[in-house]
Ligand binder design. Structure first.
Ligand SMILES: *Cc1c(COP(=O)(O)O)cnc(C)c1O
Length: 416
């Protein structure tokens, strides 16, 4: 079982420097065959004294390549030290956050949530083609209308149809009647195999799907299906704020999950995390990647090892209990804003375990939205605007917004 006990700065520094030490050193060793090296030394510091206290910056300068998938088979031996850190990070996310059995998952640090979602859909498309011998026209992506646009992108890239299910306007829950209609319509079009994407916090609402509704409906209709969880937004919050939830590897229907460390974890961009039960990653193997030691199972190809190190450093600095405290703080602030909006009679949506509050557009104007950087569901014709309670979004920062909303509400009442 991958441990998640807080480490001090010195230990983290030592582990990262030791890992870099195990990687190839382009200055000391005579490495002649790979198109990679340290970052350009005319532009970037190589031996500035502060670097010895800066493991992440040092990793950036060493520039290890994490091409391929390091939980599976062989990997490039030039970067074996930092690959091990990525392997630990994948184990930690799968086992400590998503309740996987020890060593039961593969995964890698992807460019972002988009790539991780595409990777899942790519694997399941190939799985259905390889195992059941079906063609693309029998396969359909199935998800709710609140799902991220990367599902449409995946449908386009992998040449698959996509069907979206209506959600209730107030609760954002999947409309089960409409789900049945969608399945019936897709079956009539010859679809027999479904790639379901269930959300653990949607981008706009922070709403969470019940994956078992999809599983029950598809089973009742005699369809084949695989379920991927898009936890790009919620993966580093919701499992902590609602630990009894069933969107994890304890649920037999769920075989893969997307997380995004560059959202709530405040890691550098380029830190999507893709996790999948062992035995499935192979369906995305590109055997032609013969010059890569261990071949390549990912969409991306070459990628920065410094990204995996950054996420690992953040999670190990907090430890499980530190992370729980952080998510509790965000949740408390969101609950505070929600309670204040209730008192003021301002309509909004919020999942009680989420740090997103999505306000109905009739309660504000573009001026207020612009002043506080609130994001609309639709830039042409907004129905909703969201507040995301991040680390920097303290109650002191929420108070002026609340005052402006109340004043707007008051004016609207006087005008009536
Ligand atoms: C942000 C987000 C994504 C896409 O993530 P990128 O990192 O921008 O590629 C996918 N799904 C959900 C729910 C998201 O919130």
């Amino acid at each position: 079982m991958q441990q998640w006990t807080k480490l001090n700065k010195e230990t983290i520094r030592t582990i990262v420097f030791n890992a870099l030490e195990e990687n190839v050193n382009f200055y000391d060793e005579n490495i002649l065959g790979i198109p990679g090296s340290h970052l350009d030394n005319k532009v970037f510091y190589q031996d500035a004294p502060f670097l010895k206290d800066a493991p992440f910056l040092t990793a950036l300068i060493h520039n290890p390549n994490h091409i391929g998938c390091h939980t599976l088979g062989a990997s490039e031996s030039f970067f074996r030290g930092t690959h091990q850190i990525e392997r630990e990070l994948i184990g930690l996310c799968a086992e400590q956050i998503l309740k996987a059995e020890p060593g039961s998952c593969d995964g890698y640090v992807a460019a972002g949530g988009t790539e991780a979602n595409l990777q899942a859909i790519w694997i399941y498309r190939n799985y259905f083609r390889n195992i059941d011998g079906v063609r693309n026209n029998s396969i359909c992506i199935l998800c709710s209308r609140d799902s991220h646009y990367s599902m449409s992108k995946a449908a386009n890239v992998f040449d698959l149809d996509i069907a979206t299910v209506r959600v209730d306007d107030n609760t954002r829950a999947i409309d089960e009647k409409h789900l049945q209609e969608v399945i019936t319509a897709q079956k009539a079009k010859g679809k027999s195999h479904f790639i379901v994407v269930a959300n653990m916090m949607t981008t706009m609402f922070g709403s969470v799907d019940n994956a078992d509704i999809y599983a029950a409906a598809l089973e009742a209709n005699g369809c084949q299906f695989m379920i991927h969880v898009d936890a790009a937004f919620g993966g580093f919050i919701y499992p902590f704020t609602n630990p009894d939830n069933t969107l994890n590897f304890q649920n037999k229907h769920i075989t893969s999950v997307t997380l995004d460390a560059h959202k709530m974890v405040q890691a550098p961009y380029g830190t999507g995390i893709f996790l999948i039960r062992k035995g499935l990653m192979q369906h995305a193997n590109t055997k032609e990647a013969s010059y890569v030691e261990g071949e390549d199972f990912t969409l991306i190809g070459s990628r920065s090892g410094a990204n995996a190190i950054a996420v690992w450093m953040i999670l190990m600095t907090y430890g499980r209990y530190g992370w729980e405290e952080k998510t509790t703080t965000l949740l408390n602030r969101a609950a505070w804003l929600a309670a204040e909006l209730d008192k003021a009679g301002i309509a909004y949506y919020r999942n009680p375990y989420s740090n997103i509050i999505t306000i109905r557009s009739e309660h504000l104007n573009k001026g207020i939205a612009g002043k506080y950087g609130l994001v609309p569901d639709n830039h042409q014709d907004a129905n909703w605007y969201k507040v995301v309670v991040m680390d920097h979004v303290t109650i002191d920062r929420l108070i002026p917004l609340l005052e402006d909303l109340k004043a707007y509400q008051h004016e609207a009442c006087l005008a009536e």
